[in-house]
Design a protein around this ligand. Sequence first.
Ligand code: SAH
Length: 219
Amino acid sequence: MSPVHADSFAELRRAMVEEQLRRRGIKDKRVLEAMTEVPRHLFVPPGQYDEAYDDRALPIGQGQTISQPYMVGLMVSLLDVQPEHKVLEVGAGSGYQAAVLSRLAESVCAVELVPQLAERAARILADLHYDNVRIMTGDGTVGCAEEAPFDRIIVAAAAPEIPEPLTEQLAEGGVIVAPVGNRLVQTVVRAEKRGSKLNTTRSIDCVFVPLRGRHGWND
Ligand code: SAH
């Protein structure tokens, strides 16, 4: 890619952060910096680079989508990731949100059900030398027992409820953010683990592709 192109994408990215995130109330400085840094266009299908910074979700193949920038900014801000944290993402998709998380955390384990998507995400992240992210192929609703506990867990597909194994694999005091609801509309939910209890707060309504797998939608 020519330097001229690289510069224009950086410009589009700054505008995205200013207009779609900061102006709509996303304040977390580290999240804004990470989203200014991560080249979102590389995660959308080639040929659609010019649309990568638009204010919407985009198709990434296999019937799946890369989330709208605002939704990534909001959910990752709610997650409150600190530099020493170990993070689990369920639904890696394009790998974009995992890339953003990798700028904020010690390490990220991102699980994707669709092998073709997982392979592409892993390749892009490796090309960028984002070496603290590991993409795994499989059903993320069962979590990732060999890497647990996690300080933070984020679910990037619509869940009927927070999958039990994820709550179990969350560290004490840890936070999980997930879109919870029915298949048509969900609410972004943030839950903090205190002993055997989850203290839950609700944020905005949203629309995600369905979470499949053992603790997702199976029809
Ligand atoms: N975070 C992604 C967008 C996610 S779209 C990004 O930044 O691009 C939701 C993804 O969840 C889809 O790719 C879908 O294949 C995946 N998914 C659905 N059910 C899953 C499951 N049980 N385990 C892992 N991934 C799942």
